[in-house]
Design a protein around this ligand. Structure first.
Ligand code: BES
Ligand code: ZN
Length: 610
């Protein structure tokens, strides 16, 4: 790294000014004014009521009063507030007008002095973050289950808070659940059920609100190693432990790259299959979909990804959702480096190729402005930013940085970056300033074309994967009429991984019924138990109206709620009139089992069932 010049000292000062200054402006997606009063610590005391589908209790907030302002402004959405106090005093409070997606501002009039307030409240049964599952909707079908998903702006549907990634707080919680269930959070966690149903939690490191998380269910824990373990419903645990075999290795590989893991433990909980995401990086406890339990450890890049967020995202956090690529692009880059270090470059280049193909496909569909790394989500749902741009264009930009300045320099730079900005928020602009001041060779980076323009810049890194090149040849051979049996023999498909199959299925054009039959007879795609392969196959099932696959399609759409799988399948279905009828029929059955994050997206594709 360069020694500090006057210029870099100046830029550093400027960039800390930028980070600090952000809170003085109107924050996007939040009505909080942390420049006046900021939450330092949150204590939650909540009772989980499965009958009423409500979390009821209080949130006590410790405040940092930065100005003489006597108003505390919080984000809420659908909360019923009953009382606000500070010590023995009842405080005046008011809920603002309801704004779609953003909810309602809660304005509390603070006393002259005093730096704590307690809000008594309950969440509503429709709280979007929370999914309440009946026993039938869980894997084991014996007990109810609850989990939350706070990112991006859903924390406010179950906790009154400053719901912006620009504010960090520590938290503690007392959660009361039916005594046959156990509660876990993004905090220090129990490993066994107790008799009382009361669980206490502590998160000592300051985190943004979108990392608040709670899950309640019939949970069992098994250790994976000194720092890691896995939670799930009893029947899932064995498979979960098998799949996560390399978790300790991943933590070690990550630390070797970018410095110490700062959150003490790293555990993973496998949720019921309605979890709308692949994974969510809740600190100390990644929330994961059971659809990665392939039985062959082939989908564990997702664990590398969520673990990597312990640095990119949870430690250095995007200051606004417009800077989302600072979370996700860095995390995909870091995920790739972990995968490379454990499974080798050949393997990680296959993943990179799949990422590049997906990126190109999405670029073709997105509006030009939505193709910039720096987004503009003002007035929109921050969810709109969850595209391949933040993830994969972000990844390729950072890979370009690596290739431009050399891996050694780049790694030293990144390690310094995570250290310097640990537990802080970062804007795209302050990141660029920091790069210019601290990365030797930064002047050779064509960063404007990546960050402030659409498309894929011409200097995009080249992915080299002989493995997937061979798969491409196999596709062509099949399209040219070679039999599936011959493809299997000549290309040694018995040794193909999930990623080979994904590439194979994605490269194939629309197929005839005969071609579908031939592939299915040889490779048994309809019977596949691998969710990624199933998804890619079902895209063909829909396109070719392949009847033997229709039952599987219905089972897949009703059996899991991961949006990444649902969205393309429903979108493909509604392309034809016949498909639309099928989509409507299946969705009417499936919708009540989806988390709000997924059903909102699918409502927009299929329409709300009557
Ligand atoms: N933090 C994201 C999930 C997220 C993003 C939730 C934005 C809500 C708003 C998580 O780390 C993620 O990226 N999950 C991916 C998996 C990954 C391997 C790309 C997913 O769920 O598909
Ligand atoms: Zn992520």
């Amino acid at each position: 790294m360069k020694s500090m010049s006057f210029v870099s000292v100046f830029v550093l000062l400027l960039c800390s000014f930028l980070v600090a200054d952000l809170s003085a402006q109107k924050l996007p997606h939040s009505c909080a004014r942390p420049d006046q009063v900021a939450i330092k610590h949150l204590h939650l005391d909540l009772k989980v009521d499965f009958e009423e589908k409500k979390l009821t209790g209080s949130a006590k907030l410790d405040l940092d009063r930065k100005s003489d302002a006597n108003e505390l402004r919080l984000d809420t959405n659908g909360l019923s507030i009953t009382k606000v106090t500070s010590g023995d005093n009842e405080l005046k409070w008011e809920l603002g007008e309801h704004m779609s997606t953003l909810g309602q501002a809660l304005t509390i009039t603070l006393p002259e002095s005093g730096d704590e307030v307690t809000i008594e409240y309950s969440s509503s049964p429709g709280a979007e973050a929370v999914q309440w599952l009946s026993p039938e909707q869980t894997t084991d079908k014996k007990y109810p289950f609850l989990f939350t998903q706070s990112q991006a702006i859903l924390a406010r549907t179950w906790v009154p808070c400053q719901d912006t990634p620009a504010v960090r707080m520590t938290y503690s919680a007392k959660i009361t659940v039916p005594s046959e269930l156990m509660a876990v959070m993004s905090a220090s966690n129990p490993q066994e059920k107790n008799d009382t149903g009361v669980y206490e939690f502590e998160m000592k490191q300051p985190i943004p609100s979108y990392l608040l998380a709670l899950a309640v269910g019939d949970l069992k824990f098994q250790s994976l190693g000194p720092r890691s373990g896995v939670y799930s419903e009893p029947s899932v645990l064995k498979r979960a432990v098998y799949e996560l075999h390399d978790t300790e290795k991943m933590i070690a590989a990550a630390e070797e790259l970018y410095g110490p893991y700062r959150w003490d433990r790293y555990d993973v909980i496998f949720l019921p299959s309605s979890f709308p995401f692949g994974g969510m990086e809740n600190p100390r406890l990644t929330f994961a979909t059971p659809t990665i339990l392939a039985g062959d450890r082939s989908l564990v890049a997702l664990i590398a990804h969520e673990l990597a967020h312990s640095w990119s995202g949870n430690l250095v956090t995007n200051a606004t959702w417009d800077d989302f690529w600072l979370n996700e692009g860095f995390t995909v880059y870091f995920e790739q480096r972990i995968m490379e270090s454990i499974y080798g470059r050949k393997y990680s280049e296959m993943l990179a190729r799949l990422s590049l193909d997906g990126l190109k496909e999405e670029i073709a569909e997105l509006k030009a402005r939505d193709q910039w790394l720096k987004l503009d989500l003002t007035g929109r749902n921050p969810d709109d930013g969850m595209t391949a741009i933040a993830y994969d264009k972000g990844y390729f930009f950072l890979r370009k940085c690596e290739e431009t300045v050399g891996r050694e320099n780049w790694d030293a730079f990144l390690k310094g970056y995570f250290d310097k900005f640990a537990f802080k928020s970062m804007t795209t602009e302050s990141f660029i300033d920091y790069v210019e001041a601290n990365l030797e060779g930064a002047d050779k980076l064509n960063y404007k074309a990546w960050i402030y323009a659409g498309g894929l810049p011409a200097d995009c890194p080249v992915v080299t994967t002989e493995e997937l090149a061979k798969v491409g040849t196999a596709c062509e051979a099949f399209v040219d009429g070679k039999s599936a049996a011959d493809i299997a023999k000549e290309f040694g498909t018995a040794d193909w991984t999930t990623h080979h199959w994904n590439h194979f299925l994605r490269e194939l054009p629309k197929l005839s019924t005969d071609q579908m039959k031939a592939l299915d007879a040889q490779f048994e795609f309809t019977k596949s138990g691998n969710s990624e392969i199933t998804h890619d196959w079902l895209m063909h099932v829909i396109a070719s109206e392949y009847q033997p696959g229709m039952e599987k399609l219905e089972a897949f759409l009703t059996g899991q709620g991961r949006r990444k799988f649902l969205q393309p399948l429903y979108t493909k279905l509604v392309e034809t009139e016949r498909g639309k009828e099928i989509a409507k029929r299946i969705y009417a059955k499936a919708r009540s089992g989806y988390h709000a994050v997924s059903s909102q997206t699918i409502d927009g594709i299929v329409g709300v069932p009557q």
